[in-house]
Design a protein around this ligand. Structure first.
Ligand code: NAP
Ligand code: ZN
Ligand code: ZN
Length: 359
């Protein structure tokens, strides 16, 4: 076991603060990674505050991890010391069920091992005595099959958000057939939303942002959107009815799905990736124009690698504001106020320096 400096929340009401964790001794298939950058996802806030229930404390959040390999087990061929790598939202799965075999480990029948707020595995099953800890820490040990190659051409801090925000938007855009000329709406211009805009645009779609923040219009267009709809405008839902083939909903707060469904064209699909509190839904909005409502959870390892390689080839990366670990609690407050353009990324060197100062 190796002692590793981290920041943790001790309860749903406490702020994050320094906390030392133990990382396991690397096994033959493990990769030891020194973390350089970790993105801050809205899911970190939902889980730290136990908004989804069942949170495990102490909690070290962080599932948008980019770093360098320092050591690999003897069985590891795909990665070697010095490589730049990434870790996303899960670090293991059963590998035996149909979703795992299909490369959709996030839907593992026995539950994926979430990168934090989850458990490591004993064979096929989760080992509830061994909680996982995420990327607000200096080092992580991960099975090589769950480690991504991060192309060197993408600045590392701008690559970190691809590991969750990037794949979570990439996967449904691909699954629901977005291609050149598709009419795509992205609701919510935050960490996920801004990646949805960039990726849909790079796929050749005609992209519109739906936002409750009129001040984001210029940013939306700069990020690649062709059009912007302010959802506070009382007429917006009526005048744009029936306009989109795919509506990717990344909004983190409660909003009326029925209004948004009305924006879909015949056979259009609205995909939920944002996870707010439950919202009532009427059948009428679906029946008219044979619309579909779907959901999507992050993405598998294989498609995450495809997304990273696509981003390198198409010059796509996140717009980030880097912060030292000491600013994380303020960063959460700013995210809740919508004051982030468009992802906070923690400079883990700041945590390493603080750990060295205390030692
Ligand atoms: P974020 O950066 O905070 O962005 C959320 C956006 O939602 C905001 O930028 C804002 O966009 C909009 N919004 C916020 N409050 C609103 C309100 N009161 N009314 C209307 N719109 C509001 O969050 P994120 O990291 O992108 O995450 C978004 C959601 O996706 C979260 O619920 C997160 O847990 C979830 N998530 C899901 C998955 C998955 O696999 N399905 C993966 C990661 C995250 P505008 O200002 O443009 O309106
Ligand atoms: Zn996330
Ligand atoms: Zn499985």
């Amino acid at each position: 076991m190796s002692k590793t400096p981290a920041w943790a929340a001790q309860s749903p009401t406490s702020e994050l603060a320094p906390f030392a964790i133990e990382r396991r001794e690397p096994g033959p298939n493990d990769v030891v990674i020194d973390i350089d950058w970790c993105g801050v996802c809205h899911s970190d806030i939902h889980q730290v505050r136990d908004e989804w229930g069942g949170s495990i404390f102490p909690m070290v959040p962080g599932h948008e991890i980019v770093g360098r390999v320092v050591e690999v087990g003897e069985g590891v061929r795909a990665h070697r010391a010095g490589d730049r790598v990434g870790v996303g939202c899960f670090v293991d799965s059963c590998r035996a069920c149909a979703p795992c075999k299909a490369g959709e480990e996030q839907y593992c029948d026995r539950g994926m091992s979430a990168t934090y707020n989850g458990f490591e595995r004993a064979g096929l099953d989760l080992d509830r005595s061994r909680p996982t800890y995420g990327g607000y820490s200096t080092r992580i040990v991960v099975d090589a099959a769950y480690v991504l190659r991060v192309p060197e051409s993408i600045p590392a801090e701008r690559a970190a958000p691809l590991l969750c925000a990037g794949i979570t938007t990439w996967s449904p855009l691909r699954r629901f057939g977005v291609q050149r000329g598709s009419r795509v709406a992205v609701a919510g211009l935050g960490g996920l939303g801004h990646m949805g805009v960039k990726l849909a645009r790079a796929m050749g779609a005609e992209v519109t942002v739906l936002s409750h923040s009129p001040s984001k219009r210029e940013d939306a267009l700069r990020l690649g959107a062709h059009d912007f709809i302010a959802t506070r405008d009382a007429d917006a839902f009526r005048t744009n009815a029936g306009r989109f083939d795919v509506l990717l909903d990344t909004v983190s707060a409660r909003h009326d799905y029925n209004d948004y469904l009305g924006l879909l064209a015949l056979d259009g699909t609205m995909v939920l990736v944002g996870l707010p509190e439950p919202v009532p839904l009427g059948a009428g909005a679906l029946i008219m124009r044979r619309r579909r409502l779907a959901g999507s959870l992050i993405g598998g390892i294989r498609e995450t690698q495809e997304m990273l390689d696509f981003c390198a080839a198409h010059d796509v990366a996140a717009d980030v504001e880097t912060i030292p670990i000491g600013s994380i609690n303020q960063a959460y407050e700013r995210m809740l106020r919508g004051d982030v353009r468009y992802r906070f990324v923690i400079d883990i060197a700041s945590l390493r320096a603080a750990g060295a100062a205390r030692a």
